[in-house]
Write a protein that binds this ligand. Structure first.
Ligand code: F0G
Length: 352
């Protein structure tokens, strides 16, 4: 759209904002819903698969939907500084929106486990970055305690405005399809996003804007699957560092979303994640980060259970550019280095 003003302006009647709320926006939202035939074809039976490419938000992840709300409400409350724990995307988004809103940001991240692009963003957007010797779960404990004791606003998904903003992705999907999908496939880390989508789908359904509610299908990496295993994981591990989380703070909400939608939680291995990641790149021209590919990997894993002729949306939560190291290590392309800058050597390689 030419005149897109961001998601708060677009959906303000559905959001807890008033005329007094200063809207801090980078024009997030309105991301494309793209049909992915390479995935539909692998399932067959007339199934249509789409991806909601939320990696095309201003800082490259779905976090911007929640952050425009959290930062606008923090500004409205007169707050001057925000803090978050993060596996990378939340910190990038918090830093960007805090800067736009004239606030200071502090981000606490697990040292050595944040993809390079995300770290670069937090630094460029002017956050003060503290990389701790501990994982995301530890970082979240710390920021929760800090924000209780000191005058600083927590912008992790325990902040209810985050989920309010994120629910708008479900609105956009319903507007694009003219209905809710049969299934929504989504990666889960701290489990805020699945809870937000479920809220959005319910609100539009009850307002008569869709004729059904989707089944909520949540996927975790197998080395980091507390919701699938039904217990906290002390040392979560996965190539998908964005969802390397052992004790999801929104677990009750996510379980409720699963149960009330007749949904399902399952896990996918790192190699299944990378397989889906490569298919999207090579066959669809879509570059997402590994955590995002978990939604497609999960769908492919349970493809036998997909009903005939159904419509499925997989959420691609983050942009592939976030994690260049993973991309360079995990692809099937041919990369010639040290090639002579000379036409004959090049045509020889190209096979002419
Ligand atoms: N996908 C990506 C790319 C993410 O960055 C995250 C979470 C998720 C999926 C999972 O979403 O936590 O709502 O279930 N990233 C957080 C962060 C933890 O700090 O950036 P969730």
């Amino acid at each position: 759209k030419n005149n897109w003003d961001g998601l708060i302006e677009t959906y303000k009647t559905w959001l807890p904002v008033s005329n007094k709320t200063p809207i801090i926006t980078l024009k997030e939202g309105a991301t494309p819903l793209i049909e992915v035939k390479s995935i539909s074809n692998r399932i067959g039976n007339g199934v249509k698969v789409f991806v909601k490419y939320d990696g095309l938000n201003p800082t490259g992840s779905f976090k911007d939907r929640g952050m425009t709300m959290a930062i606008s409400k923090a500004k409205e409350a007169g707050c001057e500084a925000v803090i978050c724990a993060s596996t990378g995307n939340t910190s990038a988004s918090a830093a960007a929106y805090a800067s736009k809103g004239g606030m200071k940001s502090f981000v606490i991240i697990p040292d050595g486990y944040v993809a390079q692009g995300k770290l670069a963003q937090a630094l460029v957007y002017g956050a003060e970055v503290l990389a701790i010797k501990g994982n995301f779960d530890k970082a979240l404990d710390i920021v929760r305690e800090l924000s209780d004791k000191y005058p600083i606003t927590l912008v992790n998904s325990v902040n209810p405005y985050r989920l309010q903003g994120q629910k708008t992705a479900a609105f956009e999907i319903i507007e694009n399809l003219g209905n809710a999908p049969d299934w929504l496939c989504i990666p889960m880390g701290n489990a805020g996003n699945i809870s937000a989508y479920w809220m959005g789908f319910q609100e539009f359904f009850h307002a008569g804007k869709s004729k059904r509610l989707p089944r909520m299908m949540g996927f975790q990496a197998s080395g980091s699957a507390p919701l699938v295993e039904g217990k906290s994981i002390n040392n979560p591990e996965t190539i998908a560092t964005a969802i390397r989380i052992g004790n999801p703070v929104n677990k009750e909400k996510a379980i409720l979303a699963k149960e009330s939608s007749n949904g399902r939680f399952s896990s996918v291995s790192d190699s299944e994640i990378i397989n889906a990641y490569k298919i999207l790149g090579r066959e669809e021209g879509i570059f997402c980060e590994p955590a995002s590919a978990a939604s497609v990997a999960g769908l492919l894993k349970i493809k036998e259970d997909v009903p005939k002729n159904s419509t499925i949306v997989c959420v691609l939560t983050g942009n592939g550019l976030k994690d260049p190291d993973c991309a360079i290590k995990n692809n099937d392309s041919i990369f010639h280095t040290g090639v002579e800058a000379e036409i004959n050597s090049i045509t020889k390689i190209m096979g002419f």
